[in-house]
Design a protein around this ligand. Sequence first.
Ligand code: G1P
Length: 290
Amino acid sequence: MANKIHKAVFPAAGLGTRFLPATKASPKEMLPLVDKPLIQYSVEEAVASGVDSVLIITGRDKSAIENHFDISFELEHLLKQKGKTEMFEQVRAISEIAKVSYTRQKEALGLGHAILQARDFVGNEPFAALLADDIVDSEVPALRQMIDIYEKYDAPVIATMQVEGEAISRFGVIDADEVEPGVYKIKDMVEKPAFADAPSDLAIIGRYIFTPDIFEAIDATEPGAGGEIQITDAMRILMRERPFYAVKLDGVRHDAGDKLGFLIATVEYALKRGDLGREFREYLRTLQLD
Ligand code: G1P
């Protein structure tokens, strides 16, 4: 029987260079989709998937993330005093969402190196890793879809989706055999290949379920694409010893760390909101878009 996944790791130490100047002094993970920071969406996804213990891997200038998941006494006091009960509860709930801990990645040496910082937190358990700028809009939480497959095959699982054309070279890409609809056994993977060298159109999305042996694999990983310690390369090492699976997510993935992807996600999420959607749709209809 596969061990239960109840820990999740959120690498959040990146400099957010794709979103400058907004990310010069503010973490990209705190960019809001409508009114909720990106990192809160993915922490909520993890909690809805069964996670109760969270480690956020931060870096310099990321204290806004810690403040967000902490209790804000002044704000809570003010909201209570003004009788804004619903707002008070909303704010309080964020600080109670899960057991949240933090550690720092002192140097930006890559995603593999970021995940390595979770070694003590994880101990000898399987765990999830989620990249907050990949937002997955789905009925069943994306991580839950993956945990179901992890429990079935008792093996590490990554998320995948089809990407058409040259855009594939912005991702890790897998070479895999479909073993049941939407589930793949991975044969090989490569980080950000040239379009001509991509082994398939199946891109890796920022959701992973790892077993603790990933840390030894990261230890053995040399710097790869962009001179960074890539998690894709570490998985490649570990794949020699154990099977790895991929799940095609049922849902829509937005790259909210990219300016265009962020705008698209904002419009989609705003249109779905009960309190804003109708008026926003009416406004969009008035735009002369041709
Ligand atoms: C990371 C991973 C890559 C994956 C991508 C998904 O890249 O290294 O394999 O396809 O996330 O968003 P990044 O976008 O951080 O460069």
